[in-house]
Design a protein around this ligand. Structure first.
Ligand code: NAD
Length: 450
């Protein structure tokens, strides 16, 4: 827990908890976060669903192989670590009863930071109107459950393409694990794909990969570099020359290399590709994280404020990708992850330039993910949209606004930079070849744009 969030520490004390209960105040708990070697979940996982489907069989097998202990009924005297409910066979809204029947007793027996994962199918591919309604209903249920859960528990939905049940396992495991501590109320889509081969070393799924992270000198970018390094990648850390000292420190810490450049430079993409090629033999993952804010009401926003934000946050990505996505840029099976923001989904007062850039980033994801040439090369493109993350940027927000931003989400606390980094590392793994075109909010189910 960051030192600045004294409230969470306070409600963790006996007196604080009593006072918060009496006054009906939020009671955030320190979230369970990932460390190599830790068990997937704390407690047994209840697996249920509508009918015995291929998805259910694949899930049972995969979860058992990942070390989870599975149960079919809510156990006496033990708290559940998670609940996975398979609704891929839902044909009509009447079939949703099996979801209620599985979840209702289980929700009363969830442990701290437990997980609810609902598995369904894409409503857009339904065979009837009734089936489409049933599939779409899963979103409403999952998001409501996310808002009802307490004590750091989360609820998310995975939509699986027909026949891709085995490919979806990695996404279900991510959502069950502590890596997804601040991912709540989200819908993740898994497209067509085969069952991925398990990584040689489960604790280092990115071993042998070369990654570049822009804006890596501090904040979220520095933690992305650390997390990718922890997972086995070699990291090229990019930031502006003015941040050279901090950049070198992060690059040294992660045993990677530092590349000082402004991402808006015309040759930025070519220089990154060339650096990765000559220093590390190639490039597998690009994380476009560098970003700036220049906040003002639109009525007071001049062309400079507008232009600088659009150039750094959006146009630079388009321009760099010309070189990075070229045939001699990203290798076969490469990964691109962009950093958007919930402001790009919900809009934000005083941030029309920033919201334009971050919504534009989502447009980039849609465009690149649909690109047949990139798909043929096995390249996936996804984005994270952080909510309130405890960084230098958010520490500067005036106290009252900061407290509001921090508490207005289902987990009643801000996320940490590492939470954003974990989702990026999830997208980056070889196992996630069927996960493309997603925008995952890492926001604790923020009420902004919910
Ligand atoms: P930060 O300001 O702490 O770090 C951003 C980094 O990007 C800095 O090191 C900066 O030097 C670098 N950078 C800026 N312009 C650059 C340029 N032209 N070329 C190269 N590097 C450049 O910000 P942060 O909070 O760590 O945010 C990282 C990303 O996450 C940004 O894209 C931001 O918009 C996004 N985001 C942050 C939050 C949050 O709560 N902190 C929420 C939503 C989205």
């Amino acid at each position: 827990m960051p030192r600045s969030d004294g409230y969470t520490s306070f409600v963790g004390t006996g007196f604080g908890k009593k006072l918060a209960t009496t006054l009906g105040l939020p009671q955030p708990v320190p979230l369970r976060r990932y460390a190599p070697g830790r068990p997937l979940v704390d407690g047994p996982v209840l697996v249920g669903g509508h009918g015995g489907t291929p998805a259910l069989a694949a899930l049972r097998e995969g979860l058992t192989a990942a070390g989870a202990s599975l149960v079919d009924q809510v156990p006496d005297g033990t708290r559940l670590g998670g609940v996975v409910v398979d609704l891929t066979a839902a044909e009509t809204p009447a079939d949703l009863e099996s979801l209620r029947a599985t979840l209702a007793p289980a929700l009363k027996r969830l442990g701290r930071c437990a997980r609810v994962v609902v598995v369904g199918r894409d409503p857009g591919r339904a065979g009837s109107v009734a089936q489409r309604a049933a599939r779409r209903a899963l979103e409403g249920i999952t998001r409501s459950v996310g808002k009802e859960l307490r004590s750091g528990a989360t609820a998310n939905l995975v939509l699986v393409a027909d026949g891709s049940e085995a490919a979806a396992l990695g996404t279900v495991l991510f959502l069950l694990s502590a890596r997804s501590a601040y991912v709540d109320g989200q819908v993740l889509r898994v497209g067509e794909g085969e069952a991925p081969a398990a990584p040689a070393d489960a604790d280092r799924p990115l071993a042998g990969k070369v990654a570049v992270v822009t804006g890596a000198a501090r904040g979220i970018g520095a933690d992305i570099a650390r997390t990718l390094h922890r997972d086995g990648a070699t990291v090229v850390c990019v930031d502006v020359p003015a941040a050279g000292g901090a950049l070198a420190a992060v690059a040294n810490e992660v045993g990677g290399t530092a590349l000082q450049l402004d991402v808006t430079a015309a040759d930025a993409g070519a220089r990154i590709a060339e650096h990765a090629r000559t220093r590390h033999g190639g490039l597998d993952l690009v994380v476009h994280n560098a970003g700036i804010t220049r906040d003002k009401l639109l009525a007071n926003t001049d062309a400079d404020r507008w232009d600088s934000v659009l150039r750094v946050n959006l146009l630079s990505i388009l321009s760099m990708n010309e070189a990075l996505l070229a045939k001699d840029g990203l290798r076969q099976g490469g990964r691109v992850v962009l950093v958007s923001s919930i402001a790009g989904i919900a809009g934000n007062r005083g941030q029309s330039n920033y919201a334009a850039s971050k919504a534009g980033v989502i447009g980039l994801v849609d465009g690149y993910a649909a690109d047949r040439g990139l798909r043929r090369r096995g390249i996936t493109v996804n984005a994270v949209a952080p909510g309130f993350i405890e960084t230098e940027m958010t520490a500067r927000i005036p106290l009252a606004t900061r407290e509001l931003g921090r508490r207005l989400n289902s987990l009643a606390q801000g996320g940490l930079p590492v939470d954003v980094a974990e989702t990026i590392a999830f997208f980056a793994a070889d196992g996630q070849a069927a996960v493309s075109g997603n925008v995952v909010r890492v926001c604790g189910q923020s009420l902004l744009g919910a």
